[in-house]
Design a protein around this ligand. Structure first.
Ligand code: FAD
Length: 494
């Protein structure tokens, strides 16, 4: 006999609800715990998962395999080409290992929920117990309702309810027990799993050598790394977070999104650690930096709640139905200029180049480039959403979809459509010295002063041109008016 933990986007051993329950079950029966992770190239393809993200997962699995092996727990990792076969393969392995109990943490996306439903049915047929638990969020979706018993679709009141709920139910932040070591006999029994190498990345998600080295250097894998980053951030930076978080050159944010989205760090652990460092031991009072950081983590919960309650957002539909009829552009040349960071808007280009190089972009810049694509270029925001997923190492459907919906005004609790970011003003406000721009757009490294925000408009055209920096692909004043008219027209047709 055995108990199985099915790993998905919860790639850690510490504070992992389902893993902890699986281990307790195995302990109570005196049988070994086995862990499984399925590499599913078709899922990666369907969800536009970026190659750096797949690489990060595989590097993390390598670390986990070692850590779990120290406790005599085998981690079986295999590639299943046909995504429809994933559940069947797991059940086949259960049969082979005599596993009568499967545990996993719930993922809220539609395909994943359907897969879990299928698993429930198939397990019932085979007399296997299947337990899927909430772990990815602090407060499970559907928990919080408005006074009228409805689901929240506005962040601020939802956040107030979230804070109140967690204060009233502090156990939500308790850490789960780490898995106990397996009985010694497990080592011999599962020797072939301990010895097996990890499968390679699927062909369409492989990186070339230079990229592998770059991403390994930028984003070391594994949960210990996540904890070091968390501790460093809480020790050195969180105090100033509220005042500095909007300035991309400051490097003042946690840079933990890759760990939160791969599950090398639980959101619960992050919130608990921040709270424990707060003199008030509260989530929303005391150190403003800590409270501010927790409120950002709550956005992550909010967007998962939206995804779980309104699953049609997973189906390329805007949250707000009335925005369905906007006549988007599909201009391939303009889109390519945006993707490559060649729009002639320095802040936009810097941000896109940061994304292409690091698989990461600062939050303020994510808002700027998303607004620019949807409103200045009027390009279908879903093309930008997809490009982000294909390049972000921290790609997370709910947060990405939520962020794009916010910027394009089509999402839940969005920026109103008539509030259009002026990229030049954003640039001057949030990158006043132009440090971020000069870092990522080397053509403008020699441009001095404020001209860096708009070299052709502010007397540095010769330098910019000499360095091969493009002119602006649109004029903001004109594109703003065009966007207002196009949105109004679309809404009129709804
Ligand atoms: P910190 O400022 O340290 O924040 C701590 C954590 O809170 C983050 O790691 C993240 O988990 C969460 N968080 C912060 N801001 C948000 C937010 N606006 N929405 C949801 N969660 C938030 N985040 C992703 O993790 N994956 C994505 O695919 C993603 N796509 C985005 C797309 C757009 C268009 C926008 C505007 C935002 C997107 N975000 C996404 C949210 C946010 O930009 C990143 O979480 C943040 O920049 C990560 O950096 P950090 O870890 O240093 O954040």
């Amino acid at each position: 006999e055995a108990v199985l933990h099915w790993y998905k986007r919860d790639l850690r051993t510490y504070d992992n609800r389902a893993l902890s329950m699986a281990s307790a079950k195995a302990g109570s029966k005196g049988v070994p715990l086995i862990c499984i992770f399925v590499v599913s190239p078709q899922d990666y393809q369907a969800h536009f998962t970026s190659a750096p993200r797949v690489d990060f997962e595989l590097r993390t699995l390598e670390v986990m395999k070692r850590d779990l092996a120290e406790k005599g727990i085998p981690l079986y990792v295999t590639t299943i080409e046909d995504r429809k076969e994933v559940t069947g393969h797991i059940l086949q392995k259960c049969e082979e290992w005599g596993a009568k109990h499967i545990y996993c943490n719930i993922e809220y996306e539609v395909d994943e929920l359907r897969r879990e439903t299928k698993m429930v049915k198939r397990c019932l047929d085979k007399g296997i117990s299947f337990t899927a638990v909430h772990d990815d969020v602090v407060v499970p979706p559907e928990t919080l309702t408005t006074g009228a018993g409805k689901q929240y679709s506005v962040y601020s009141p939802w956040f107030r309810a979230w804070i109140k709920h967690v204060h009233e139910h502090p156990h939500l932040l308790d850490a789960s027990e780490p898995p106990a070591p397996n009985p010694p006999a497990a080592r011999l029994r599962f020797q072939s799993i301990f010895d097996a190498p990890l499968p390679p990345a699927p062909e369409n998600k492989s990186l070339i050598d230079e990229e592998r080295t770059r991403f390994a250097h930028l984003w070391p894998p594994g949960e210990q790394e996540a904890h070091h980053r968390l501790e460093r951030f809480l020790h050195e930076k969180v105090g100033a977070y509220k005042d500095t978080r909007n300035f991309p050159a400051e490097q003042s944010t946690g840079m933990l999104s890759v760990h939160l989205s791969a599950g090398t760090l639980a959101a619960r652990t992050a919130v608990r650690s921040a709270r424990d460092g707060n003199s008030t031991k509260k989530l929303d009072a005391g150190n403003p930096g800590i409270a501010g950081w927790i409120s950002e983590l709550a956005w992550r919960d909010f967007y998962k709640h939206v995804l779980a309650h309104w699953p049609y957002v997973c189906m390329f539909k805007p949250f707000k139905y009335e925005y369905t009829n906007i006549a988007w552009s599909y201009d391939a040349e303009l889109f390519a200029a945006w993707c490559d960071g060649r729009t002639g808007f320095p802040i936009v280009d810097a941000a896109m180049r940061q994304l292409n190089h690091m698989g990461y972009m600062h939050n303020r810049c994510r808002m700027i480039v998303a607004s620019f694509l949807a409103k200045d270029l009027l390009i279908d925001w879903r093309m930008g959403e997809k490009y982000f997923m294909e390049h972000l190492i921290d790609g997370d459907f709910a947060s990405n979809n939520g962020g794009w919906g916010f910027a394009a005004s089509t999402g839940v609790d969005p920026q109103p459509y008539f509030r259009i970011f002026n990229p030049l003003l954003q640039s001057e406000k949030f990158d006043a010295q132009g440090l971020y721009i000069r870092k990522w757009v080397p053509e403008l490294a020699g441009v001095e002063g404020k001209a860096v925000h708009d070299p052709y408009g502010r007397g540095a055209g010769r330098v910019a041109e000499g360095a091969g920096y493009p002119r602006m692909v649109v004029e903001h004043k004109v594109s703003r008016e065009r966007a207002l008219a196009r949105y109004k027209e679309g809404l009129g047709r709804a």
